[in-house]
Design a protein around this ligand. Structure first.
Ligand code: AKG
Length: 258
């Protein structure tokens, strides 16, 4: 199939988990009703984003939230990239984890955020995910009838090497559930996506929670991935074939598992 519709669901996230889950379920249905075959939810779609919330909202996988995702994928026959949730691994560790479900409702993969969001921009934004979360240690890719897809979460997008590895392993779409802030968002949100896409000649899709939590309006978007367009660009500007593998390489030193 040379093209398919992708929905980016920019849903409102509140402190009421049940509402977040119901909203996600409703919007996945709406997106599928409009022809989307792949649906992407934002980072921390079931919980407010913040280190003080993670342990209270954390769940085992499978658990309540991933059950809803599985059902939503199956009911609507879509590939559902379920944003992320705080995951509790049963041994006391917490992760920021994205689960992906197939149209049959089966869990395809779980991606634990590899790069934790620890930054300090004085007077603007300071965040230390590593205060409460542990990092994942796996690359995460899945096949669809349309193309192969690489998965990262938010800060993972800043690491060009990860996107390069995904691209070199055949991914034509990279998805990053995210939740940038009002400092780095305006500066880098779009730029990073375009950078990853341009360097690797792939599509890049991101989903963020809606900004205005009091608004009843929930913004979401769909777009079409034209795979022939990628093939054309790769033929016209053949950087893949021109790469000097004799001089440099991006390699994965540890596959890990998470
Ligand atoms: O990279 C950034 O500026 C934001 C990252 C972020 O918000 C996250 O990883 O959750």
């Amino acid at each position: 199939m040379s093209e398919f519709r992708l929905a980016v669901v920019q849903l409102q996230v509140t402190s009421v988990k049940a509402d977040n889950l119901n909203r996600a379920r409703r919007l996945v249905k709406e997106a599928a009703g409009q022809g989307s075959k792949v649906v992407l939810l934002p980072e921390c779609f079931n919980s407010p984003y913040g280190t003080s919330f993670f342990s209270a909202y954390a769940e085992r996988i499978p658990g309540e939230s991933t059950q809803v995702l599985s059902e939503a994928a199956k009911e609507n026959k879509v590939y559902l990239v379920g944003g992320s949730i705080p995951e509790e691994d049963g041994g006391g560790k917490l992760y920021n984890s994205c689960t992906v479900f197939g149209p049959d409702g089966e869990l395809i993969l779980k991606h634990r955020k590899i790069h934790l969001f620890d930054i300090d921009v004085p007077g603007k934004v300071s965040f230390q995910e590593s205060e409460t979360l542990s990092p994942g240690s796996s690359l995460s890719m899945f096949e669809t009838p349309f193309c192969k897809v690489g998965v990262g979460i938010c800060y993972d997008m800043r690491f060009a090497e990860l996107a390069q590895l995904y691209s070199r392993r055949g991914c034509q779409l990279l998805v990053y559930p995210g939740a940038f802030n009002m400092t780095t968002g305006p500066a880098h949100w779009e730029l990073l996506q375009r950078g990853r896409a341009l360097d690797n000649q792939v599509y890049v899709a991101t989903a963020s929670p809606a900004r205005d939590e009091t608004s009843s309006y929930v913004a979401w978007e769909t777009g079409t991935c034209y795979l022939q367009y990628l093939a054309d660009i790769r033929q016209q500007i053949p950087i893949t074939a021109q790469r000097r593998d004799d001089l440099y390489a991006v390699t994965c030193v540890q596959e890990g598992s998470s």
